[in-house]
Write a new protein. Structure first.
Length: 132
């Protein structure tokens, strides 16, 4: 039987779920950023969009955000409270970035927004405590 201090050092299932989603999502965001920086044909450039920026600029945003999300996902495996707060903040920033990225890569952006919602939910539910 695990003591209270042992339980507190291990992450809950939902925290681990969020950590895995963040590490995988961070790596995918890095690849997405590299594709946009390279001006790959995967990225669609649209005209007359309210949040119109160069795809190279968005590529750098996704690349940097992806690296930070990946590192925060790794930190979540330690179950540190600051990592949970950082994870919620970064998932929110990722949602915002992918909302603005919608015209360039709509299907992927919607999928990432849904994953970010799942990450925020998993991190906000917190570890389950038993009364034993």
């Amino acid at each position: 039987m695990a003591t209270h201090t042992q339980r507190a050092t291990h992450s809950s299932g939902w925290t681990t779920f969020a950590a895995v989603l963040m590490t995988v999502g961070g790596v995918l965001a890095v690849f997405q950023g590299i594709a946009a920086i390279a001006k790959d044909d995967v990225v669609v450039e649209t005209r007359n969009y309210s949040f119109s920026y160069s795809t190279t600029g968005w590529g750098w945003i996704h690349l940097i955000l992806g690296i930070v999300i990946f590192l925060a996902g790794l930190a979540l495996f330690t179950n540190a409270l600051w990592a949970r707060f950082l994870g919620v903040l970064l998932a929110g920033l990722s949602m915002l970035a992918n909302f603005v990225w919608l015209p360039h890569y709509p299907v992927w952006s919607i999928i990432v927004i849904a994953i970010d919602i799942a990450i925020i939910w998993a991190l906000c539910t917190g570890p389950q405590r038993s009364n034993r």
